[in-house]
Design a protein around this ligand. Structure first.
Ligand code: AMP
Length: 261
């Protein structure tokens, strides 16, 4: 990663995941969540990262926003949405046609590192986690591979003099840190409220370029290292019960649930 002053590029990795409103069902063989004919959308944390990157560009603090997605060819749709919101161009790294073959965080991080180096990116703004596998690992791995600064769980970001000041959501409060650029920032829910693109922007996005790549173009081996042994539905929640008084509640918590001494 080059150290740059302003006029910098921001890379936003956007993952195509099961839509957050869809009730996930486990495949019959327990190998994962069924994604056949399921509505897919941009990972919600990536929408927030993208919004922040576009705002930085609109504020004149970035020169270009590049979206990148790693996965099936249908991720093109995710990239078109990213460009409708304001990304200038995109890169699709095709990993195959099977929607159930997820690329693991380490492989994603290696591919992103290659893109960062090829493009001379000054900042990677990305989701803190993908809602399909909840790994919360890719950003941290990418920063480690690049040997650059990182700020995770951002709820506020500002830039000045080649540094980013980031408010982080940590257990029990907020932490403010300053990191030098180039850097990786992973974003949390409260950073901003992503916009809905206007029809005009959706139409314009159709003309923006998408570079078509495969992992071999970057010399990265994406062979899985993890093996999923089993995926199960969460246990069904038992219905609640209304009790007549606080005394009865305490008695039952003590005698039946045995959670009070
Ligand atoms: P994870 O570590 O898998 O929870 O993902 C964290 C973040 O890494 C996501 O919010 C995305 O910004 C990025 N990411 C992970 N997988 C992909 C992918 N296949 N394509 C693009 N970005 C990804």
């Amino acid at each position: 990663m080059e150290t740059r002053e302003w006029a910098m590029k921001i890379l936003v990795p956007v993952k195509r995941v099961i839509d957050y409103n869809v009730k996930a069902r486990v495949r019959a063989d327990g190998s994962g969540v069924d994604l056949e004919n399921i509505k897919m959308s941009m990972n919600p944390f990536d929408e927030i990262a993208l919004e922040e990157a576009v705002r930085l560009k609109e504020a004149g603090q970035a020169e270009e926003v590049i979206a990148v997605s790693i996965g099936v060819p249908q991720a093109t749709t995710t990239l078109r949405s990213a460009m409708a919101v304001g990304a200038d161009r995109s890169i699709l790294i095709r990993t195959g046609d099977d929607p159930h073959a997820d690329t693991e965080p380490l492989a994603v991080a290696k591919l992103l590192k290659a893109v960062v180096e090829e493009e001379g990116v000054g900042m990677v703004m990305m989701g803190k986690q993908a809602i399909d596998n909840d790994m919360n690992a890719t950003g941290q791995m990418l920063a480690a591979l690049l040997g650059c600064s990182q700020a995770t769980f951002a709820s506020e970001v500002s830039l000045s003099d080649g540094a980013a000041t980031v408010t982080r959501e940590v257990d029990g409060g907020l932490q403010v840190i300053t990191i030098s650029l180039p850097c990786v920032i992973t974003v949390d829910l409260r950073l901003n409220e992503p916009r809905y693109p206007a029809i005009r922007a959706i139409m314009d996005a159709k003309r923006k370029p998408i570079a078509d790549k495969v992992p071999e173009d970057y010399g990265v081996d994406i062979t899985p290292r993890l093996k999923i042994l089993q995926t199960v539905e969460p246990p069904v929640r038992q219905s609640g019960e209304v009790v007549a008084s606080v005394d009865e509640l305490i008695k039952r918590l003590r005698d039946e649930a045995e959670v009070l001494a």
